[in-house]
Design a binder for this molecule. Structure first.
Ligand code: PEP
Length: 253
């Protein structure tokens, strides 16, 4: 099984000074995670370089919150994977539910972006998850199953792919899934991966995301198929983010 990952998605927050200060606090407070797990920060595009300078030499990797799937050209406002690698990114968050909701990203677009990441050597963190209405209607597995299969269409090697299960109703709401609810969907995703990738599926990290805190993460990370967290709100304060990392060290596999 792959080592755990705790990734902080800063979303559209932090000026350069704020981002640098937060990254410095996280670097200063980071326990020894070498060989145990991975910590990733995903700041806004504008501060990737500044945050990269701060985390250089630490055990923290950099991620972008999105990419565009073309290499270069007349795509005003977009950022290519090569530019993100150049800025120091190792990972890229793909298909976050906020991008699906506000920017109309589709499963097909998520697939193009995931494949482009892999083609250029960026590691995608592919987000999937059902809405409140979909859960209420009892179609969580149907929805998540389609999202996973479409995102991974044509991908044969999963060594660099991480999946993040983020129930939309739990993102930024303070309403996190119970460990049992989360594990049920993680197990379902693992089964899809097993069908597609056989033994290699066991090494694919499946993160949970949705109102993760230092208080609730200990029980989540102890679940068999939960291999880490994608953290929004609680990644914006060093104390809460470092607390989540401590829970991963204590209870993660
Ligand atoms: C997220 O944005 O990926 C997320 C999980 O946010 P929050 O932790 O704030 O729910």
């Amino acid at each position: 099984m792959a080592a755990w990952m705790v990734a902080g998605n800063w979303k559209m927050n932090n000026t350069t000074a704020e981002a640098v200060a937060l990254a410095k606090e996280i670097v200063a407070g980071l326990p020894d995670i070498a060989g145990r797990g991975e910590v990733v920060l995903a700041p806004s595009f504008t501060v990737l370089g500044s945050v990269h300078d701060v985390i250089r030499g630490s055990n923290i990797a950099l991620a972008s919150q999105n990419i565009f799937f073309e290499d270069k050209g007349a795509y005003t406002g977009e950022i290519s994977p090569a530019m993100l690698k150049d800025a120091g990114c190792t990972y890229a968050i793909i298909g976050h539910s906020e991008r699906r909701k506000y920017f109309h990203e589709t499963d097909e677009g998520v697939n193009l972006k995931t494949k482009k990441c892999l083609a250029v050597g960026l590691k995608p963190i592919v987000c999937v998850g059902e809405t409140d209405e979909e859960r209420e209607a009892g179609i969580t597995e149907f929805v998540v199953g389609i999202q996973v299969k479409k995102a991974l269409a044509g991908i044969t090697d999963m060594a660099d792919v991480t999946i993040a299960y983020e129930p939309v109703w739990a993102i930024g709401t303070g309403k996190n899934a119970t460990p049992g609810q989360a594990e049920e969907v993680h197990g379902f995703i693992r089964n899809i991966l097993r069908d597609l990738y056989k033994e290699a599926s066991l090494n694919v990290r499946i993160l949970y995301g949705g109102s993760v805190t230092a208080e609730n993460f200990g029980e989540l990370i102890a679940m068999k198929n939960i291999n880490g967290a994608l953290v929004g709100g609680a990644s914006l304060k060093s104390g809460s983010f470092l607390g989540i990392i401590s829970r991963a060290l204590e209870n993660g596999q």
